[in-house]
Design a protein around this ligand. Structure first.
Ligand code: SF4
Length: 347
């Protein structure tokens, strides 16, 4: 009886810790995280944090995963670039990557001796799944001598077929540094338009040859939404991700990566922000900036939301085959050159 009561007290204490972090965070447009939600999560966060220590594992959570992962069990939270750096430097035996497959694959490529697990299994991405390495090689054959960049949201085989990869935080600087006046960029057709516009603005225009698809979350936004926000909230600052269309980005006050948006809000003297991105980033801003107001009609990435406390626990205790990340060695070696080139050019 006493042991049961003691266990209940520990769970309640953990639930209160979570609630302290999450009570301002939206679950949906009309709901915030409640103490009951945190009570349901607490046994899992306690168990995951214990197993993590026992197995010398580290948990990397992308900002687009759910807040119970981001604030309950993650050792590091961030965007693709920040988490790739963490994965490369990690001394842990096991890296648990709460994100989508291409991210976990990147972690394995950068730190191949580690066991890399992804709770969501083979979680895809509409961008990464839009083009293959073979298609990129065919595109390059049509444009001999033209350097090729790929967005980090791509498969290892696509990375292997390109000269360097980029993230939304360094894409413009790296595109500008590439030689020549033409550039192949895959797989984000919207980001390709944004690169062309930004390079023209910087006075270093290039013809961008692109192929691939778009992010199924960011391609939904329209310029009319930005105009509507400005009518409703005259002092609003509107922020968008460069995976949004050029027409949308032109209407915004700031266009940048997940980290860039977090920094913009932190430094801004504005009080109200409109966000054209994934809900997970809104959740981070709500948790970390209680003095500011966020207006959003954000999309939800169903791939990222496949990660949960339950499958994170399962991956740590007894991973299913699809949760264990492996990459063909030849492709990994070639893809690693493309990723390392990004780190070099991003300096
Ligand atoms: S938000 Fe878009 S780019 Fe990011 S993982 Fe989801 S589908 Fe892919």
């Amino acid at each position: 009886m006493l042991r049961t009561l003691e266990k209940e007290a520990v769970v309640m204490q953990e639930a209160r810790r979570l609630y302290g972090l999450l009570h301002r965070v939206s679950k949906s447009q009309n709901e915030k995280w409640t103490l009951e939600d945190c009570l349901a999560a607490a046994p899992y966060t306690l168990a995951i944090n214990r197993f993590k220590k026992e197995q010398n594992a580290v948990i990397l959570a992308h900002s687009y995963t759910t807040p119970d992962l981001v604030y309950g069990v993650a050792d590091f939270r961030g965007d693709s670039y920040e988490l790739a750096l963490q994965a490369r430097e990690s001394a842990a035996d096991t890296i648990v990557f709460a994100g989508v497959w291409f991210m976990a694959e990147t972690a394995k490529i950068l730190n191949p001796s580690k066991k890399v697990l992804i709770p969501a299994g083979k979680a895809g991405c509409s961008l990464a799944d839009s083009i293959t390495g073979e298609q990129v090689r065919a595109l390059r054959a049509k444009h001999p001598g033209v350097p090729a960049l790929c967005y980090i949201n791509s498969s290892a085989d696509v990375k292997a077929a390109c000269d360097a990869c980029v993230t939304s935080g360094n894409v413009y600087d790296i595109a500008q540094k590439m030689p020549g006046d033409k550039l192949i960029f895959v797989p984000d057709m919207f980001m390709a338009e944004n690169i062309a516009e930004e390079l023209k603005r910087r006075g270093t225009p290039k013809e961008i040859i692109s192929d691939g698809g778009s992010c199924c979350v960011h391609d939904k936004f329209r310029p009319s939404e930005v105009k509507q926000l400005r009518l409703q909230y005259p002092d609003i600052r509107v922020l968008a991700h460069p995976e949004c269309s050029l027409e949308v980005c032109r209407e915004c006050d700031y266009v940048g990566s997940t980290k860039g948006m977090l920094n913009y809000v932190a430094k801004s003297d504005g009080k109200i922000f409109g966000l054209l991105t994934e809900q997970g980033l809104v959740n981070r801003l709500e948790a970390e900036h209680p003095d500011k107001q966020f207006v959003w009609s954000c999309g939800v990435c169903s791939y990222m939301k496949k990660n949960s406390l339950i499958n994170t626990f399962g991956a740590l205790v007894e991973p299913r085959p699809e949760q264990v990340v492996s990459v063909d060695e030849t492709i990994a070696a070639q893809a690693k050159k493309s990723i390392e080139k990004m780190f070099e050019l991003a300096q």
